[in-house]
Write a protein that binds this ligand. Structure first.
Ligand code: PEP
Length: 244
């Protein structure tokens, strides 16, 4: 159960969030909990989570270790401050920063080489769904950004299916729509990496997940977890998603 805070909260807000959130998930050992705050809040989040089962991730990374790349943050640095995860290719990165499938691949490999678990995002836009291109888009994104990984690298990634039209819009995909998309992704994984790895790769659904819709999504066999944006900002609502 992963939360993406996007560009919200300060370090002080981060401490306040964890103060309320930690007791609510103290007994939640049925799942892995990951929270991805903005870069400046990562040290506060790592400090808050250090004796907990909660893992902390960044929302983006650069593929080099260090260098003259002003404004970027490397996987090496993210790992060095105690993060375990990083989101790769969130649709907002694809849309506003023109991230390509080649970038997705470079970032995913860089995350893995730095012992971070990449949460690799894929998903179609509304116009693509409306023109019946959902399956083709998911296949293109898998082929371009994921299928070139070595099998031992693929075994360590998490995939998030996030239909762009459902992110931050309040329009959630139906459990059936999400399940069908996950099945397309898993079929790609099976064809490329074999049944064992395809069955074990975790595929999260993301897009307007809330406390009142998480249960129906999670009841789908294909859905292994959720990536939550807006509803992860509030400790009560994210805890009720975790504990659905
Ligand atoms: C996200 O940012 O990954 C996301 C799914 O956002 P929201 O839950 O707000 O739709």
């Amino acid at each position: 159960m992963a939360g993406n805070w996007k560009m919200y909260k300060t370090p002080a807000d981060t401490h306040a969030f964890f103060e309320k959130f930690k007791p609510l998930v103290a007994d939640s050992d049925h799942c892995e909990i990951v929270i991805c705050p903005p870069f400046p809040n990562l040290p506060a989040a790592v400090q808050e989570a250090h004796d907990q089962r909660i893992r902390i991730g960044a929302q983006n990374l650069y593929w080099g270790k260090e260098g003259a790349v002003t404004g970027e943050v490397s996987g090496f640095m993210i790992r060095a401050i105690g993060c375990t995860h990083v989101i790769v290719a969130h649709s907002e990165r694809r849309q506003y920063f023109n991230e390509t499938e080649a970038d997705v691949m470079r970032k995913t490999v860089a995350a893995l080489e730095n012992h971070l678990t990449p949460i690799v995002c894929v998903g179609e836009r509304l116009d693509e769904r409306e023109s019946n291109r959902t399956e083709a888009v998911l296949i293109e994104q898998f082929q371009g950004g994921i299928s070139g990984l070595a099998p031992d690298h693929f075994a360590r990634i998490v995939i998030a299916y996030e239909p762009v039209w459902a992110i931050g819009t309040g329009k959630v995909a139906t459990p059936q729509m999400a399940s069908e998309a996950h099945a397309v992704i898993r079929a790609q994984a099976r064809a490329k990496f074999g049944s064992a790895l395809a069955d074990s790769v975790r595929i999260l659904y993301g897009g307007s997940v809330k406390p009142d819709n998480v249960k129906s999504l999670m009841s789908e066999m294909e859905i292994d977890g959720v990536l939550v944006g807006g509803a992860s900002l509030d400790p009560l609502s994210f805890a009720s998603i975790v504990n659905y």
